[in-house]
Design a protein around this ligand. Structure first.
Ligand SMILES: *[C@@H]1O[C@H](CO)[C@@H](O)[C@H](O)[C@H]1NC(C)=O
Ligand SMILES: *[C@@H]1O[C@H](CO)[C@@H](O)[C@H](O)[C@H]1NC(C)=O
Ligand SMILES: *[C@@H]1O[C@H](CO)[C@@H](O)[C@H](O)[C@H]1NC(C)=O
Ligand SMILES: *[C@@H]1O[C@H](CO)[C@@H](O)[C@H](O)[C@H]1NC(C)=O
Ligand SMILES: *[C@@H]1O[C@H](CO)[C@@H](O)[C@H](O)[C@H]1NC(C)=O
Ligand SMILES: *[C@@H]1O[C@H](CO)[C@@H](O)[C@H](O)[C@H]1NC(C)=O
Ligand SMILES: *[C@@H]1O[C@H](CO)[C@@H](O)[C@H](O)[C@H]1NC(C)=O
Ligand SMILES: *[C@@H]1O[C@H](CO)[C@@H](O)[C@H](O)[C@H]1NC(C)=O
Length: 544
């Protein structure tokens, strides 16, 4: 009996592989096929995100710091080559990309304006000032270059101010007394006089809760925010659109965050928190965590808890992930900058969105072992393309989505961006099985349950593709399949629908084109792959 089943299984596999060999090139299909069902509730959205939800960070380094062989070098705010054409195109491709400037060293940075005496140098490792680094200095000539570059690239930028300026960090890490805003005021006035647009000013980096190297009490922090508010009211007095105020840019700590939010006023807009859910970059178990569904689910607790604090406090402030690089301490080369990284990254983007996070900033756009771009060649790493696809396809409204079948398949859906209908994100964390996914959606406000695919299918029609060139058709959906080159999770090369993605010799970002698939066919999600599927005709109430 057992051997008969095996035999039947093998025959099926042979027939199947034979029949669909053309498609396997596109979708990366292999091995065993398991069925599963996605259910989407299209009646109402459960959360919403910003249009420019995708954000990436630029850090200070410093240039001479290295982690596991990856050095910041020329990939810091001080040293980045702003004339690189790939860098410009990579940002422009989002039109716009949100960029957060900040990081560990921002709090000990002095803004050097005209008339200041003495040298103005980036931080270095001399062990004297803060966390083993020297005090640093940002010359206004570099500030000019950065702002001119971001304007050209069409980026929307936030900047982290020096919350430790003029303050003493006690040996136990505590910091008492108020923020000295005088140096920040000079930068703010300079920025406004120059006509640079800053979308938001953030105060401090990782000084909340227990703090990294230093900590400030929630009530003192709320009072410092008031200081910043008054300063911005004064400096941006005549402006129609005032910049956002963001804080505290630290790790979530329920008591501290609650205390902080309770002490801020209605004027305070964005609560930023940092996420490094995979642990330390030097850890050898990063990949097993990335591929473990229950590990990935662990982050929901933080998003949910912060969501409750905001809801219960009555504040109008919203949550952003202000910095998230997967693994802290610089990430891990060939993990957090390789194909496998897209599994945690896309999963966490989607999970954060489910809990009403408005923006999610990835550490980093470039620099460290977690860059979206390679810090020497500027070539996009796999997560860059994942972020760009998300940005182009995933709209504001989040829909309740669940998956019945293997727990290695992650499913999320939103209303489509810039199109009618719904876009589904599917992530297959399993290395041996292809998931065959059937989709159904409910729209109680409209027509009840819409079954988009027959549950009993004829195998013959299963993978048939519609030939290219067919225009919009209610019976067609679009699919984007991402797989690793040579099916190697450590690869820094991504395939979209079977074709390598890379910039051309002029540094242009490649087009991201879908394949068109018949609506009645199930979605095939190859082992270790990601699929975005866009259903233009899934015209549900939440997406009208
Ligand atoms: C779908 O969402 C609507 C509106 O929130 C709700 O009334 C309905 O019960 C949901 N359906 C299911 C099956 O969860
Ligand atoms: C950084 O850029 C400078 C100037 O272009 C160059 O001299 C230096 O070699 C670069 N450093 C690294 C580590 O690439
Ligand atoms: C950048 O790309 C080059 C060429 O593919 C590769 O050898 C190098 O390891 C990459 N560097 C990083 C930091 O990913
Ligand atoms: C998915 O949601 C539907 C509607 O609420 C429910 O009937 C079904 O049991 C859920 N499935 C899972 C696996 O949670
Ligand atoms: C929206 O879709 C249209 C038509 O498909 C396309 O030309 C345009 O570039 C898209 N806009 C964005 C922001 O993706
Ligand atoms: C596939 O399954 C085999 C047998 O269980 C196992 O040895 C192998 O590690 C699996 N491969 C992946 C990529 O999960
Ligand atoms: C509801 O279903 C009926 C019958 O299938 C169809 O004629 C009608 O157009 C549908 N209405 C909407 C709003 O989808
Ligand atoms: C979606 O459905 C609504 C209500 O039935 C209808 O008014 C609208 O035209 C539909 N939109 C598309 C693009 O089919």
């Amino acid at each position: 009996m057992g051997s008969l089943l095996v035999l039947v299984g093998v025959c099926f596999l042979v027939v199947w592989l034979h029949h669909y060999s053309v498609d396997s090139q596109t979708t990366g299909l292999s091995g065993i096929v398991v069925d599963g069902s996605v259910f989407i509730n299209g009646s109402a959205s459960i959360a919403s995100i910003d249009d420019d939800f995708i954000c990436a960070t630029l850090d200070y380094g410093p240039p001479d710091v290295c982690h596991q062989g990856t050095c910041w070098g020329n990939a810091t705010l001080f040293t980045l080559d702003l004339s690189n054409p790939i860098l410009l195109n990579a940002i422009k491709a989002f039109s716009p990309l949100k960029i957060r400037m900040g990081g560990t060293l921002q709090d000990k940075l002095i803004y050097h304006v005209q008339g200041d005496e003495g040298p103005c140098k980036p931080q270095s490792i001399d062990g004297l000032e803060f966390l083993g680094f020297s005090q640093g200095c940002l010359p206004m000539s570099r500030w000019d270059e950065l702002n001119e570059f971001f304007k050209r690239a069409g980026a929307i930028v936030t900047f982290g101010l020096n919350a430790l300026y003029g303050r003493t960090v006690n040996s136990d890490g505590s910091v008492h007394g108020p923020w000295d805003s005088s140096n920040a005021e000079i930068l703010l006035r300079y920025t406004v006089n120059k006509g640079y647009t800053i979308h938001g000013w953030e105060l401090g980096n990782e000084l909340s809760g227990q703090g990294i190297g230093a900590r400030i009490s929630a009530q003192q922090y709320a009072s410092d925010i008031k200081t910043l508010q008054n300063l911005l009211d004064d400096i941006y007095g005549g402006f129609e659109v005032k910049p956002l105020i963001l804080a505290p840019g630290g790790f979530f700590d329920a008591n501290w965050f609650k205390d902080f939010v309770d002490h801020t006023t209605q004027m305070f807009q964005v609560v930023t928190h940092h996420v490094y859910s995979l642990g330390a970059g030097y850890d050898d178990n990063l990949i097993s965590r990335i591929l473990d569904p229950s590990y990935l689910n662990g982050m929901a607790q933080t998003f949910s808890s912060l969501g409750s604090i905001l809801k219960n406090s009555g504040t109008s402030a919203v949550a952003w992930v202000g910095e998230a690089g997967g693994a802290y301490g610089g990430g891990h080369h060939l993990v957090t900058d390789a194909f496998v990284s897209s599994f945690w990254y896309l999963d966490q983007l989607a999970m954060a969105a489910t809990y009403n996070t408005k923006t999610y900033c990835r550490q980093t756009l470039i620099g460290g072992g977690y860059g979206l771009l390679n810090s020497s060649t500027f070539q996009p790493n796999p997560d860059y393309y994942s972020a760009l696809l998300w940005h182009r396809l995933i709209g504001n409204n989040v829909l309740f989505t669940n998956f019945t079948g293997t727990n290695k398949l992650r499913a999320y859906s939103h209303c489509s961006k810039n199109s009618t209908g719904v876009t589904l994100l599917l992530i297959n964390l399993d290395g041996n099985t292809t998931a065959q996914v059937h989709v159904s959606a409910e729209d109680s406000a409209g027509n009840g349950t819409l079954i988009l695919q027959p549950q009993i299918r004829s195998r013959k029609s299963k993978f048939s593709r519609i030939s290219k060139g067919l225009i919009f058709d209610a019976n067609i959906r679009e699919e984007y399949h991402l797989t690793a080159k040579d099916r190697d999770l450590h690869s820094q090369v991504t395939l979209l629908n079977g074709k390598i993605l890379s910039v051309d010799s002029s540094g242009n970002i490649p087009a991201l084109n879908p394949i068109k698939v018949r609506m009645s066919d199930p979605i095939l999600v190859a082992s270790f792959s990601v699929v975005f599927a866009r259903f233009p005709s899934m015209n549900v109430t939440a997406c009208r």
